[in-house]
Design a protein around this ligand. Structure first.
Ligand SMILES: [Zn+2]
Ligand SMILES: [Zn+2]
Length: 394
């Protein structure tokens, strides 16, 4: 939130620690970052330091014993209906878009541009804005740019920044352990249970209500002090959720000047785009805790999945991310394409981002798993099911 810009703009490193070094000590930023003008002047970090596992970083929270052993109760009917609508409506809209376009002559350049430009912008709103900037504080930027990314994230139909960040920080605190809001490893072994686990991690957890049960005071105290985040949080349902469908409708109408153009703008730029952005994010939670490679030591079943990485602007290199949560870069190899990192790096080169956190070569070396350490997914799943809590600790 601070706009006080440090004089040096060199990358800030993150520590190699994660859950393996003790609860709450994961991903400690270096002393340079802690004492930098930006972080040191962050009033929320200082004000809330006493309530967190790591006193220097409010994005890291030590889970309580109750959180580690108790699954929150399911949501009430009102929440279930609302959440189901938010997930089902874009899917129904996508089907309608295909039917209408089939009858009217498929997609023209206007609809394609509104769909993919909207997807790139709101997708990056989640990856660069909600995830790397707000949740993990991987970099600092000026207030107008922070607002720009936060607003784009709000238009991705994935709830308010405060709800998103609090839930995601809880995921990191309890990843693949009891209390994790969306682990696919909750159930007993068996095909149907595995399928249920996949659906729970993908979208089921949003419907059953884990999202609204995250303690925001505990997991996002810094964002509760952020006026923009609070404003969007208070107005998300009546303003930002409808706006994400209304905007492409109005833009398409302004370009085409026809009601049919506006309808296609709503269906492709609104519904189909939200469907894509939602399910790409959901896949990071489901696919990337099940399928892919484990290159770094992390206290969970996170995986690097190249296809998800490509589709999600770098977020699919999820094992890298769980090993170094505050790193602004998730694709740590040159071939792990990470579009979100390229944007952050460009901002840094232009002087618009600073305190950009990256793991050092030593940290990566210390956590690097050898081929013999990496279990194939199937073997890992068998070992998981054999443990009492369903989680295999590597
Ligand atoms: Zn994860
Ligand atoms: Zn994260």
């Amino acid at each position: 939130m601070s706009e006080t810009r440090p004089t040096a703009v060199s990358p800030v490193t993150v520590s190699p620690g994660d859950g393996t070094s003790g609860a709450g000590t994961s991903d400690v930023i270096t002393s340079r970052a802690v004492t930098s003008p930006v972080v040191a002047s962050h009033r929320d970090a200082q004000a809330d330091s006493g309530r967190h596992g790591n006193p220097e970083d409010v994005s890291i929270v030590r889970p309580t014993l109750q959180e580690q052993t108790t699954r929150p109760p399911d949501a009430n009917l009102f929440h279930i209906i609302g959440a189901s609508f938010a997930i089902a409506m874009p899917f129904v809209g996508l089907l309608a878009a295909m039917i209408v376009s089939w009858k009217t002559g498929w997609l023209d350049a206007t609809q394609l541009a509104i769909l993919f430009v909207g997807q790139a912008l709101t997708g990056m709103g989640v990856t660069v804005g909600y995830h790397r900037m707000l949740t993990h504080r991987s970099f600092q930027t000026y207030r107008p740019i922070r607002t720009f990314w936060t607003v784009l994230g709000a238009l991705a139909a994935q709830k308010s920044p405060i709800e998103w960040c609090a839930t995601h920080r809880k995921h990191h605190a309890l990843s693949d352990k009891p209390g994790d809001p969306h682990s696919p490893h909750e159930n007993a072994p068996g095909f149907w249970n595995s399928l249920k686990g996949f659906w729970h991690a993908h979208a089921g957890w949003i419907v059953t209500g884990h999202l609204i049960r995250t303690d925001q005071q505990r997991y996002a105290p810094d964002l509760l002090q952020d006026p923009v985040a609070v404003w969007i949080h208070r107005t998300w349902e009546p303003v930002w959720f409808p706006l994400t469908f209304l905007l492409p409708t109005v833009i398409a109408w302004a370009i085409t000047g026809t009601g049919e153009g506006a309808l296609l703008g709503f269906l492709w730029g609104g519904c189909a785009r939200v469907f894509l952005v939602q399910h790409i994010t959901f896949s990071v939670n489901s696919v990337c805790h099940l399928f892919g490679s484990r290159d770094y030591q992390a206290s969970d079943q996170s995986r690097n999945n190249f296809l998800c990485g490509l589709l999600s602007a770098g977020e699919g290199f999820h094992n890298n991310h769980h090993a170094f949560p505050t790193s602004a870069r998730h694709g740590l190899e040159w071939w792990q394409l990470d579009a979100s990192w390229y944007v952050i790096r460009l901002m840094q080169l232009c002087g618009l981002a600073w305190d950009v956190k990256l793991p050092s070569a030593e940290m990566k070396h210390a956590k690097r798993l050898q081929a013999s350490d990496t279990l194939p997914a199937a073997s890992a799943a068998v070992l998981e099911s054999a443990t009492e809590c369903g989680i295999h600790q590597p």
